[in-house]
Design a binder for this molecule. Structure first.
Ligand code: FES
Length: 170
């Protein structure tokens, strides 16, 4: 074979091999991300969300509050409207409870007549401070991380496992 043609042929084979390798690497990126992504779940960043002025919360009774939960998970950003129960206490402190019943995950409500939180699903009841008063709930209501900055309440959304006596993030 003509040496020049043979050399050109070898060159083209190498170029084709290099292009195939690059293509393989490009296709592998999403696959690797899918495979190892769950390992990085703990890197999910949830910012504290602004709820509103603490002064508008009545002391000694719960107020249902809503806030925009923005999360950054690797290169994805997600917005979701959340709600929670804020309980303002004398002295200016506030406890914010997740709205999810720690028994099996239903949404509970405030029963003003009985002055307690009540879950419609299996009858769990909770005091204003979150302690269990009745029903199958295995633990008190779950407080959400909250801060007061210059008189404004900020909350960070978190999800907890239901049905267990200890508080563990999902
Ligand atoms: Fe609330 Fe069962 S989910 S009592």
């Amino acid at each position: 074979m003509d040496p020049e043609r043979s050399s050109r042929r070898r060159f083209l084979i190498r170029v084709a091999g290099a292009l195939a390798a690059i293509e393989g690497m490009i296709l592998a990126v999403p696959l690797v991300g899918t495979a190892i992504g769950p390992s990085f779940r703990k890197l999910r960043l949830t910012a504290f969300a602004k709820v509103g002025p603490v002064a508008t919360l009545p002391v000694g009774q719960p107020t249902e509050v809503t806030f925009n939960d923005v999360t950054a998970d690797a290169y994805l950003s997600n917005d979701a409207m959340r709600h929670a129960w804020a309980v303002a206490k004398p002295g200016g402190t506030v406890t914010v409870f997740s709205p999810i019943c720690p028994h099996l995950g239903c949404r509970y409500d405030w029963d003003a007549a009985d002055h307690r939180f009540a879950c419609p699903c299996h009858g769990s009841q909770f005091a204003l401070d979150g302690t269990v008063l009745a029903g199958p709930a295995p633990r008190p209501l779950d407080p959400l991380p909250s801060e007061i900055r210059d008189g404004t309440l900020f909350v960070r959304w978190e999800l907890f496992k239901s049905g267990i006596p200890t508080r563990e993030e999902v």
